[in-house]
Design a protein around this ligand. Structure first.
Ligand SMILES: [Zn+2]
Length: 117
């Protein structure tokens, strides 16, 4: 019986020699910007449910990770957001690209949810 092969490896479709799931995010070979932007649209949609400043901080951190630069931590004018942004970056920018949020975001998110009810 023929079984369809799925691409579930962490292999970069553009760079056949590279098998690491961080590289997939930061690869800038042709076509990767489009793939990244499509992914970011889904992230942006998801972030509509977040506290707005927190959403901007997360978006900036993901974009910075792709560029392999530090995010603009001063975006977090709110102390809690600034703190969470730094904590998130310190555990590794790739965690954000996997949807893993640092617990330092909790106070901001909890307060926001309370205010929207
Ligand atoms: Zn690549």
């Amino acid at each position: 019986m023929f079984r369809q092969q799925h691409r579930d490896s962490a292999e970069c479709p553009r760079c056949p020699d590279i098998k690491n799931n961080v590289h997939v995010f930061i690869c800038t070979r042709q076509g990767t910007s489009y793939a990244f932007n499509v992914g970011m649209e889904l992230v942006d949609e998801h972030l509509l449910d977040f506290q707005p400043e927190m959403a901007i901080a997360i978006q900036d951190s993901i974009l910075a990770f792709r560029e392999q630069q530090e995010p603009d931590f001063d975006l977090g004018t709110d102390d809690d957001i600034h703190h969470a942004m730094v904590q998130q970056w310190e555990v590794g920018g790739e965690k954000l690209t996997w949807g893993v949020l640092h617990t330092a975001w909790q106070p901001t998110m909890a307060q926001y949810l309370k205010s929207t009810r």
